[in-house]
Design a protein around this ligand. Sequence first.
Ligand code: SF4
Ligand code: SF4
Ligand code: SF4
Length: 178
Amino acid sequence: MKKVKKIIKVDVEKCTGCRACEIACSAFHAAPKFSVANPARSRIRVYANELTNTWVPVFASEFTEAECSGHRVYTINGREQGECTFCGASCPWRDLFKEPDSGLPLKCDMCEDDPSLKEPWCVQVCALGCLTYETKEEEVEEEEEKPGEMEIGLDTLVKKYGLKTVADTVARMTKGGN
Ligand code: SF4
Ligand code: SF4
Ligand code: SF4
């Protein structure tokens, strides 16, 4: 079967650390859309180290239940960077790529929308061309259905609070008409 692969290319040398991408991503994913911007809710975060003149956009990737058994440390321009700095996982090791209020995992969804956007928002606002977007059609095997964002979020809540508390809360909200 044919599938359209969506690719964001990152030219790290063009990144100025302006963080427009963080603002745009969080605003697009706000409910309602563009009602508020909060980089802590962004699915792209820009790692910045002004001492080494290093800015690296990192995209939120898969949720993981456990941290890695070993960590990696990178040296750039002669300085060691923090552990896990360039990892995109929503992981128990750190608070990055989690909804600040609920702790639910965040993941880049390429700004899926209906109708589709010409380009994801982070790419649209990246004025200096650090981020560029392209699509390519490729033949792939039939895919197993993966859990969606809502299933992953519910699973996280159940693990954190227990099934009964989550079910009681949903029942209370339903009763209240929310
Ligand atoms: S908008 Fe572009 S240049 Fe600005 S921080 Fe994001 S990736 Fe870097
Ligand atoms: S943040 Fe990433 S690299 Fe670090 S422990 Fe978690 S999954 Fe591993
Ligand atoms: S592609 Fe969309 S969801 Fe992903 S980081 Fe960019 S703005 Fe956020």
